[in-house]
Design a protein around this ligand. Structure first.
Ligand code: CP
Length: 307
């Protein structure tokens, strides 16, 4: 039987997403019930780049569920000397019950998953970040209740976060407005599939270069770092292009008065967001960070024990 992977939110049905959230609510309320849910199971964290939240959440989640997580940093693996993703996947499948992979190239993650006999979980690629977005939408439900018909404004580069937020919003019945400068829009491949699925779900996805228009009437304003992992060489150009897209108090005042501010972290104060906003009363960034742990447990239980 093919293993179940988590590569994109798009691969999950709306029912799958709500079941992940239902299980996460149980995990938060009664963690002791799940102390042995993954006893005897081992996952590997195959990471090609640094991580604070994702790596720690998976380690702690496995410990609290009775299993084990081991670090497989790319620099210590033969993959860094040219061993193929296919051979790496086939080998790791003989030792592990699941692989969490953080890859610079989404294509490498797909190759890994196609050759693995155990579940592969996307811990961030250049295209998508599904685990982050599941934690984020759980945070939104906790704060706002039903998300149907609400508006999420994403202000910043059209990157992996933006893409996964678009897919997550479609599953949650939210409308999305993206504000990004020319040349930094979400990938057209993502927008094409998202627009098709958005009309079927009765929601809208709009892309503009005007941050105030995107934020108008929004229930949540989300931003992300202007320079992601691997984009360091383009930092100066990106900072210049994205400077008008900073989330500050003036921009937040265009959203609903009770709008939330969200950021996946790590944040760069006075670049993509001012300290006043990220450290202010509308910000829920550390609730998001905490929910990474809870939702990670639900993902692991569903993929590794088939609940
Ligand atoms: N948001 C997020 O994925 O954080 P890390 O890069 O620290 O894992």
């Amino acid at each position: 039987m093919e293993p179940k992977h988590l590569i994109s939110i798009r691969d999950l049905s709306a029912k799958d997403v709500s079941e992940v959230f239902r299980l996460t609510v149980d995990l938060k309320a009664t963690p002791d019930r799940f102390r042995t849910s993954l006893a005897g199971k081992t996952i590997g964290l195959f990471f090609q780049s640094p991580s604070t939240r994702t790596r720690t959440a998976f380690h702690v989640a496995m410990y609290q569920l009775g299993g084990l997580a081991i670090d497989l940093n790319d620099r210590d693996m033969q993959s860094s000397r040219g061993e193929s993703m296919a051979d790496t996947a086939k080998t790791l499948s003989r030792y592990l019950d699941g692989i969490v992979a953080r890859m610079g190239s989404h294509a490498h993650l797909v190759e890994l998953s196609r050759n693995a006999d155990v579940p592969v979980i996307n811990g961030l690629t250049d295209l998508l970040h599904p685990c982050q977005v599941l934690g984020d939408f759980l945070t939104l439900i906790e704060k706002k209740g039903s998300l149907t018909g609400r508006k999420l404004a994403y202000v910043g580069p059209g990157n992996h976060m933006c893409h996964s937020l678009i897919y997550g919003a479609i599953k949650s019945g939210m409308n999305v407005a993206v504000a990004a400068p020319a040349g930094y829009e979400p990938k057209s491949l993502i927008l094409k599939s998202a627009n098709r699925e958005a009309s079927a779900a009765g929601v809208t996805i709009t892309v503009t270069d005007n941050p105030a228009a995107a934020v108008q009437g929004a229930d949540v304003v989300y931003t992300d770092a202007w320079v992601s992992i691997g984009q360091e060489a383009q930092a100066a150009d990106r900072v210049e292009a994205l400077a008008p897209y900073q989330v500050n108090s003036a921009l937040m005042s265009q959203a609903k008065p009770d709008a939330l501010f969200m950021h996946c972290l790590p944040a760069h104060r006075e670049e993509e967001v001012t300290a006043e906003v990220i450290d202010g009363p509308q910000s829920v960034v550390f609730e998001q960070a905490e929910n990474r742990l809870h939702v990670t447990k639900a993902i692991l239980i569903r993929l590794l024990s088939g609940v």
